[in-house]
Design a protein around this ligand. Structure first.
Ligand code: G6P
Length: 608
């Protein structure tokens, strides 16, 4: 996830672009850059770090010109640095490009270009696009971009300018968002509405698979196949703060709804058509996977809850003993990390002090260290032997949602990779999982449609001070995360436990009307969990179940059901968590809380 901004008109472009990027910094802020066309030539300035650094450089060395594009980056390929910052050009400086998202086949394209003698100045996939467009360019930017993107695969949005065509911007949307802003003799392009709202409220939304051709006088959309598209202009009447949240009342809700796209990006380029799993920064030494005795997972909070899912998945698929441990416990536990081990340290930020300490300990005990993290260049990623980036994009709300979901996907990818190398996953199961993983972005969209039912169900929680989440196996792992979401933002005391554990104590707390959430997806454990539902129902509990849409039994036992699409049981956590995130959100909203910044908590805990 990154922020893109483009301007063509009569005003100085650089200040307008910087102002727009500032409003897109929520999309990433590890480096930034602009390219300005002054009517005769192109000039590029970029700087590692937050946008303020770029703004300071431009203040000292201003770039004049009334056409330009800019970018605030959230690294996916290549560490944050001046070199890897956008915009990127071809070696001759004829074409300049900013880009958001991932070009899946960039290595293949890069190697082909390199074989013809091309030299690259950065490690990014974006630079490959600049080369490709320049290669195709014969005086018409639109056609050159069309031919170039015909060779690229992935989920992305890009904007390009050509030195020979001042005042023209060409853009493409393939999943990553893009909007056009219509001014008077000036036009804007951006990843999101807030970037341009101070200049115009007339917006055109670009759809997937569409190209945009823009000059100061107007805009044109056509499909990649060249068919002209008619599109109405929208008039936006949000205020500026609301716009930064994309019209959502809170970042948390926005991030919940970004999950289909986040999942697409996590999987992008990693599950290849030939069935292989390509994890670009995971390079196990020869013989390592075959000899692996044990997997340790170290993490805190939501990341550890993702780890509990990972434990179940690794043990089921790989038959390798796996322990998911609180990083703050592990670091002082004198753990039995011995033999051939892999420690998977999971952390959204990659900066949590306890997780870093546990990871450091594992390394000192000769474990191989794999970082499953969202932040490129984070301390954890620098210390790890292998890295699996979740690519969820910046997460602003303290309560983690899309980072959790993409951590789960990272674990499935890792399990498939290791399982294949060990030859332990039966082909039919392997194939079902690959098919299931590919279907997830669409199914997450479906799961988000539970919101209406969730709002109705949330009313049952608002007046309560104690709620319980239960499930078995993978459903228990999800129940833990659902419960954490509930308590951290609604401030309702919430506990999660395996459904079979209820009767050993907690049942004493269940009285008339106590809300109990049951996650009920695992076929093998279904009847057992139903017994637990009956135990709480007999004490007057109000039971809300998360169940598959085709489960015809569930409402014989539960009072309400939140339905998710059917998927392979091993993958169900990716869907069953969605209504639980929405439930926590709507209960907290109904209680009037500061959802994005709950009391006493912090997004990243960098102290012990
Ligand atoms: C804090 C946050 C949690 C998060 C945990 C671990 O406690 O409030 O939401 O799960 O840290 O953070 P990490 O960045 O390591 O995933």
């Amino acid at each position: 996830m990154c922020g893109i901004m483009g301007y063509v008109g009569r005003q100085e472009a650089a200040p307008i672009i910087i102002d727009g990027l500032r409003r897109l910094e929520y999309r990433g802020y590890d480096s930034a850059g602009v390219a300005i066309h002054d009517g005769t030539g192109l000039a590029v300035t970029k700087a590692e770090g937050k946008l303020a650094r770029l703004a300071a450089v431009l203040e000292e060395h201003p770039l004049a010109g009334t056409f330009g594009i800019g970018h605030t980056r959230w690294a996916t390929h290549g560490v944050p640095s001046d070199r890897n910052a956008h915009p990127h050009t071809d070696p001759g400086g004829e074409i300049v490009v900013v880009h958001n998202g991932i070009i899946e086949n960039f290595l293949v394209l890069k190697e082909a270009l390199a074989a013809e003698g091309a030299e690259f100045a950065s490690e990014t996939d974006t630079e490959v696009l600049a080369h490709l467009i320049a290669h195709e360019y014969d005086g018409d930017l639109l056609e050159a971009v069309r031919r170039a993107v015909g060779k690229a695969q992935g989920a992305y949005a890009l904007v390009a300018m050509a030195k020979a065509e001042p005042g023209r911007m060409v853009a493409v949307r393939m999943i990553s968002p893009l909007v056009i802003g219509i001014g008077d003799g000036e036009m804007f392009l951006a990843s999101d509405v807030p970037a341009i709202l101070h200049h115009t409220r007339d917006i055109v939304v670009v759809d997937n698979g569409e190209m945009v051709d823009i000059t100061p006088q107007g805009w044109r959309i056509e499909t990649l196949a060249g068919v002209a598209v008619e599109r109405d202009t929208l008039e936006i009447n949000w205020d500026a703060a609301q716009a930064e949240r994309g019209g959502y009342p809170h970042f948390m809700l926005k991030e919940i709804f970004e999950q289909p796209q986040a999942a697409t990006e996590t999987l992008s380029g990693r599950l290849l058509d030939d069935g292989s799993v390509e994890l670009e920064d995971v390079h196990f030494p020869d013989g390592f996977v075959e000899a692996l005795d044990k997997i340790w997972i170290a993490a805190c909070g939501t990341a550890l809850h993702a780890g509990h899912v990972g434990k179940e998945v690794f043990e089921h698929l790989l038959r390798i003993p796996t322990e998911a441990a609180f990083a703050h416990e592990l670091r002082y536990r004198n753990p039995l990390i011995q033999g051939v081990t892999l420690t998977v340290a999971i952390s959204q930020s990659g900066e949590t002090a306890d997780t870093l300490a546990a990871a450091g300990l594992a390394k000192r005990l000769d474990s191989r260290l794999l970082a499953l993290t969202n932040v490129v260049g984070s301390t954890l990623s620098r210390e790890a032997d292998d890295i699996l980036y979740t690519r969820a994009g910046p997460e602003i709300a303290v309560a983690s949602t899309k980072a959790y979901l993409t951590m789960l996907l990272g674990e499935y990818l890792l399990a498939l990779k290791i399982g294949r190398d060990r030859g332990v996953i039966p082909p039919a199961l392997d194939e079902a999982l690959v098919r299931g993983l590919r279907s997830l972005p669409t199914k997450i969209e479906e799961a988000l449609k539970t919101e209406e039912e969730v709002v109705a169900v949330a009313g049952h929680f608002v007046g309560h001070e104690d709620v319980y989440f239960i499930g078995r196996g993978l459903d228990h792992a999800v129940a833990m995360e659902g419960s954490l979401k509930m308590k951290e933002i609604s401030y309702i005391h919430s506990e999660a436990m395996p459904a079979g554990e209820l009767k050993h104590g907690t049942l004493a707390l269940v009285t008339e009307g106590t809300p109990v959430v049951v996650v009920l997806t695992q076929r093998d454990l279904y009847d057992k969990t139903v017994s637990a539902i009956q135990e709480v129902k007999a004490r007057g509990a109000f039971v809300i179940a998360v169940a598959y849409e085709d489960d015809t039994e569930v409402l014989k036992h539960a009072d309400e059901a939140l339905r998710i699409p059917r998927v392979h049981d091993l993958l169900s956590p990716v869907l069953s968590i969605v209504p639980l995130q929405l439930l926590a959100y709507h209960v907290a909203a109904a209680r009037g809380h500061d959802i994005d910044q709950p009391r006493n908590l912090a997004k990243s805990v960098t102290v012990e």
